[in-house]
Design a protein around this ligand. Structure first.
Ligand code: AMP
Length: 216
């Protein structure tokens, strides 16, 4: 089963991807995580992506398309029952390139989960976001604080926050989302692939809707 999980920054893509991975043996590919990994390993790709990311801008389409297709074609976990792509495609040009490259192959998309959250809720979610660099658990100082401040409940590692989770970069990311990524939802809606899930709710009802959708 191949799944795209879509939604604005802070809509819960990372949180629900973590849960989906626990339930189904999917290869979870977050383009943001792939870039951050390249930045911490100081690769050429990472150096190229960093300036865009720190300013809250999208990385150029060509760079992202190449990275995703290279991963899916050459690096995917052979044991996985499909992929869970998180944070891609984010522009119409990416969606078109992705469709062109995967159409009629076993890399074609089966389900698109769109986590729909009003903008005013997103800011608080993003600016309060903390995550564990060791086990990937995600927290929020306003909604889901760890038992001990700044320490992961699961593995005890110190929590970190992302350098692009600041007010200035957030403004650009949300504007870019409306301008560039919303048309991608429309593109897939026209193909009847999108399950729109109201994601300004507690975890469990959202999760129940996701499970229902994937059983279709
Ligand atoms: P994320 O972790 O998904 O919020 O992504 C963090 C940053 O990585 C974004 O603000 C972009 O700069 C870059 N990025 C991730 N995915 C994409 C994509 N599909 N297209 C362009 N830039 C991306």
């Amino acid at each position: 089963m191949n799944i795209l999980i879509m939604g604005a920054p802070g809509s819960g893509k990372g949180t629900f991807s973590n849960r989906l991975k626990d339930e189904i043996k999917l290869d979870h590919i977050s383009t943001g995580d792939l870039f951050r990994e390249n930045i911490s390993n100081d690769t050429e790709l990472g150096r190229e992506a960093k300036s865009y990311m720190d300013a809250g801008h999208l990385v150029p389409d060509d760079l992202v398309n190449r990275m995703v297709l290279d991963y899916l074609k050459n690096k995917m976990d052979p044991e996985a029952d499909g992929y869970l792509l998180d944070g891609y495609p984010r522009t119409l040009a990416q969606a078109e390139a992705f469709e062109e490259a995967t159409k009629g192959t076993d890399l074609a998309v089966d389900h698109i989960l769109y986590l729909d959250v009003p903008h005013e809720v997103l800011s608080k979610r993003i600016l309060g976001r903390r995550s564990c660099p060791q086990c990937g658990e995600i927290y929020n100082i306003y909604f889901k604080a760890p038992a001990t401040e700044n320490v992961c409940d699961k593995c005890g590692h110190e929590l970190t926050y992302r350098s692009d989770d600041n007010a200035e970069s957030l403004k650009t990311r949300l504007e870019d989302y409306d301008r560039l990524t919303q048309p991608v939802i429309d593109f897939y809606n026209d193909r009847g692939l999108v399950a729109s899930i109201s994601a300004d709710r507690d975890f469990e009802p959202i999760w129940a809707d996701i499970v229902k959708e994937l059983k279709k």
